[in-house]
Write a protein that binds this ligand. Structure first.
Ligand SMILES: Cc1ncc(COP(=O)(O)O)c(C=O)c1O
Length: 301
């Protein structure tokens, strides 16, 4: 088994940083930069590159098995990586009922990229990390020696991979605050560990519940042995929870696209940008602050 040649995929690293002039922040003395991780690779977009690259290397040619919902960006990125690197991939999808329906565009893309889709019911999906359940799933998909990547891709390899995002921003001494939207929190956990001591991270969770701080602390403990970096979360910008895109958010994103010519991914990036506009208006950033917002994804299709 040999490691796949990730360099042959020519990732654009470090990802570019762009300054944009937005009066809603500018009038409060806040300078806004966009850290364009969405430009790293056309298929392994944003944090997907940073999380998957170390996992693909660790898979060393073995089948990669991972998990996700019917619209998972992570499943699509894993499937694309399989196609590009010649790796066998299996996507374990939440929702047995989906198996008798036509594939939605996201799962159709996974299948077209050669991913084997394995649908499981929601109760089994919840138990997927229990050793017996996982072993059963791996047996069923005939991949008992697979490299298993958790839902959202946030294992310790991924968290350590995301530290490079922080290191790239550490090289930018003008950046005071790095802001990003969080799902599992794996990207934030790694990013925070790579920044300079005088830089801080602000995360905006897209899921409701207020449980994420503890999970990020646990991810940092597993990956680095303890809490790292200066980070905090603002739980006010989930807009009702995962995948909820109310009209107000959609209108905000459309307007941002018109102003700045950036395609705004709705489930994460739009919620972050909206949060930054609110925070600037609240005076949360002292005048003269430079905020770098991480563009972690791109709309699909
Ligand atoms: C576009 C986008 N942004 C942000 C995230 C959140 O990343 P994390 O789960 O590491 O918090 C995801 C999910 O992986 C995503 O698809």
């Amino acid at each position: 088994m040999t490691s796949p040649d990730l360099a042959a995929l020519r990732p654009r690293l470090p990802s570019p940083v762009e300054e944009i002039a937005d009066g809603r922040l500018g009038r409060h003395g806040v300078r806004l930069l966009l850290k364009r991780d969405d430009l790293i690779h056309p298929d392994l977009i944003g944090n997907k590159w940073r999380k998957l690259a170390p996992n693909l290397a660790a898979a060393a040619g073995r089948t990669v098995v991972t998990f996700g919902g019917a619209y998972s960006n992570h499943l699509r990125a894993t499937a694309a990586a399989g196609r590009l690197l010649g790796l066998r991939t299996v996507g374990v999808v939440r929702g047995q009922e989906l198996s008798d329906r036509p594939l939605n565009p996201s799962l159709a893309r996974c299948a077209a990229d050669g991913m084997r889709l394995h649908f499981v019911d929601r109760s089994m999906y919840r138990r997927k990390s229990e050793p017996e359940t996982l072993a059963g799933i791996l047996r069923e998909v005939d991949a008992e020696d697979a490299h298993v990547v958790p839902e959202g891709g946030s294992n310790s390899l991924a968290v350590r991979g995301c530290r490079a995002l922080g290191e790239e921003l550490r090289a930018r001494a003008d950046v005071d605050v790095v802001a990003l939207a969080c799902g599992t929190g794996g990207t934030l956990a790694g990013l925070a560990a790579g920044l300079a001591p005088d830089q801080r991270v602000l995360g905006t969770p897209v899921l409701k519940g207020g449980f994420l701080s503890a999970e990020i602390t646990a991810l940092q403990k597993q990956a680095f042995g303890g809490r790292r970096g200066d980070w905090s979360l603002d739980d006010r910008f989930h807009f009702g929870g995962y995948a909820r895109v109310p009209t107000e958010l959609d209108a905000f994103a459309e307007d941002f696209e018109d102003r700045h010519g950036l395609a705004v991914e709705r489930l994460y990036v739009a919620k972050l940008l909206y949060g930054l506009v609110v925070l600037a208006a609240e005076g949360a950033f002292p005048r003269g602050t430079t905020v770098a917002a991480v563009v972690t994804g791109r709309p699909f299709p």
